[in-house]
Design a binder for this molecule. Structure first.
Ligand code: PEP
Ligand code: CO
Length: 441
C-alpha cells in the first residue's frame, strides 16, 4: 500500500465533500486550524481504545449517543447540559441493568458535517447546494446561506472547543443531581402499560445509589467521576486532517478533533479518500455498515491490519426489516477474518420513514425491534453486541413516533426541530435504555 500522510487522501476519489468557490481560502482555514491546540489528548484516546477492547469482550458496554447534526445555535449551556444529562441518565440505567461498566461517547463537540443523498436541492424551481451541516453552510434556503464557507471550519472548531470545555467542567463539578432519579423527569413512566415495571427500575436504581453513598460517606457524584468521550462522523477530511498530529513519546498519528471518529455508510468506498485517511490514524474508529456495498475482508485488511484490541468498531444499521437477513452474514464475514471487532447496533438509520405528509420520522417500536434482534442474533451466533449508537435529544422534541406517551404522526409537528434525522426525545431515550437494559440484563 502506498505511503500514508495526513494529506494522502487528497489523491483519492473523495465522496461527500463540499465544493468551495475558492480553494485558497480553504487552505487558509486549514492552516489556521492546524495551528490551534487540540480538543482531546492521545492519552484519552488510548484509554478509550482499551475500554472499547473490553466492550468487544463483553466486559463493558458502549453507549454512543447525541444529535444527528449539532447546530451552531445549540452551543448554549442549556442545550449542552440537557444533552449530557440524557446521556448520563441513559448510561446509569444501562449500568444498573447490564451490570457492565458503560463507556459514554457523545455525538457531540464536532458533529457538524452531514452526508447528503444529493449535492443540490430544488425548492419551487430554485436549485441550490444541499445543506451539508453547519461546518459547511447554513440550512436557510438562500444562495448566500447555502454557499459553502471555509470560515465555518473555524467557527465549528471553536464551538466544539467550547462544548467540550463545558462538558468537562460539568463532569468535574460532579453534576450531582444526576445520581438521584427522584430529580429526573420521569413523568412518562405512568403513561405506559409497563408503568409498574418502570417504577421498579427507577426505585431500584435509586436504592443502589443510596447504598453506594452510604458506603462511601459522600455523594456518588463526587466519588464516581464519570468519564466522557466525544465522537463525530469523520466526513469533512480537510477538517480532520488539520487536527491530525504526531505527539511526543508515542508512535503514529492522532486525529485530535475527537476521541472516536467514524466513517459514515456513504463513504466506505475501499479506494476512496475516507478509508485512506482513517487507515493512517491511531484512534479507535467506527465504520457504519448498512446495505451499502462493502467487502468486510478488504475493509479489515486496510483499517484493522494488526487486529489491535479496541481499534475497530462496526456499527451495524440495517433496519428492523433487514437485520435478520443481513447481520448473520456480517458476523460470519468478520469471523472468517479471524480478527476481533466491537459490534454495536445503530437502530436509527435503517428505520427512517417518511409520513404521508412527507415528514421524516422513525418509530420507537422499530428501533426497539432492531435492537432486540441484534441482541438475539449476536447471542445465537456466539458473538457479542457490545453497545448501541442512537440519535437522541435531551429535550421533549416530537420527531420519532411511539414510546410510552404514544406520540402519533399528527403530533410530529408540535416540536420538530432536527435539521437532518429524527431523534428520540428525552423520555423515549430513557425508556429505550430501560427496555434494552432489561433485555441485556
Ligand atoms: C448519521 O449517523 O447521522 C448518518 C448519516 O448515518 P449513516 O452514515 O449510517 O447513514
Ligand atoms: Co443521522
Amino acid at each position: 500500500m502506498s505511503q500514508w500522510t495526513p494529506t494522502s487522501w487528497q489523491d483519492k476519489k473523495v465522496a461527500q465533500q463540499p465544493t468551495y468557490a475558492d480553494s485558497a481560502s480553504v487552505e487558509t482555514a486549514v492552516k489556521a486550524l492546524s495551528s490551534l491546540p487540540p480538543l482531546v489528548s492521545s492519552w484519552e484516546i488510548e484509554t478509550l481504545k482499551s475500554q472499547l477492547a473490553d466492550a468487544a469482550n463483553g466486559k463493558r458496554f458502549l453507549l454512543q449517543a447525541g444529535d444527528c447534526a449539532e447546530r451552531f445555535a445549540d452551543c448554549t449551556p442549556e442545550r449542552i447540559t440537557e444533552q449530557l444529562k440524557v446521556l448520563l441518565q441513559m448510561s446509569l440505567v444501562l449500568v444498573h441493568s447490564t451490570k457492565r461498566r458503560v463507556i459514554r461517547v457523545g455525538r457531540l463537540a464536532g458533529q457538524y458535517a452531514k452526508p447528503r443523498s444529493s449535492d443540490m436541492e430544488t425548492i419551487d424551481g430554485v436549485t441550490l447546494p444541499s445543506y451539508r451541516g453547519d461546518l459547511v453552510n447554513d440550512i436557510e434556503f438562500s444562495e448566500i446561506a447555502r454557499m459553502p464557507n471555509p470560515n465555518r471550519l473555524l467557527r465549528g472548531f471553536e464551538r466544539s472547543a467550547m462544548t467540550i470545555n463545558f462538558v468537562r467542567a460539568l463532569i468535574d463539578g460532579g453534576f450531582a443531581d444526576l445520581h438521584h432519579p427522584e430529580y429526573w423527569d420521569l413523568g412518562f413512566v405512568e403513561h405506559s402499560p409497563k408503568a409498574s415495571e418502570y417504577q421498579a427500575i427507577v426505585a431500584s436504581i435509586a436504592e443502589s445509589l443510596r447504598f453506594m453513598e452510604t458506603l462511601a460517606g459522600e455523594a456518588v457524584g463526587a466519588i464516581n467521576r464519570v468519564e466522557f468521550f466525544t465522537s463525530h462522523e469523520g466526513l469533512h477530511l480537510h477538517y480532520e486532517q488539520a487536527q491530525t498530529r504526531q505527539v511526543p513519546r508515542r508512535d503514529g498519528w492522532y486525529d485530535l478533533s475527537c476521541h472516536f471518529p467514524w466513517i459514515g455508510a456513504r463513504t466506505t468506498d475501499i479506494d476512496g479518500g475516507h478509508i485512506d485517511f482513517f487507515r493512517g490514524i491511531a484512534n479507535p474508529i467506527g465504520v457504519k455498515i448498512g446495505t451499502h456495498d462493502v467487502t468486510i475482508e478488504k475493509l479489515l485488511d486496510v483499517l484493522h491490519p494488526n487486529n489491535e484490541p479496541g481499534r475497530l468498531t462496526l456499527i451495524h444499521r440495517y433496519g428492523a426489516e433487514k437485520i435478520a437477513d443481513e447481520l448473520p452474514k456480517l458476523i460470519d464475514a468478520v469471523k472468517a477474518t479471524g480478527k476481533q471487532v466491537l459490534f454495536i447496533s445503530d437502530p436509527m438509520h435503517g428505520n427512517t420513514k417518511k409520513t404521508d405528509r412527507g415528514i421524516k420520522t422513525r418509530n420507537f417500536d422499530s428501533i426497539l425491534l432492531e435492537l432486540e434482534h441484534s441482541i438475539d442474533i449476536h447471542k445465537s451466533m456466539d458473538s457479542t453486541l457490545g453497545g448501541v449508537h442512537v440519535e437522541v435529544c435531551g429535550q421533549n422534541v416530537t420527531e420519532c413516533t411511539g414510546g410510552a406517551r404514544g406520540l402519533d404522526e399528527a403530533g410530529l409537528g408540535d416540536a420538530y426541530e432536527t435539521l437532518v434525522d429524527p431523534r428520540l426525545n428525552y423520555e423515549q431515550s430513557i425508556e429505550l435504555a430501560m427496555l434494552v437494559g432489561q433485555k441485556l440484563g
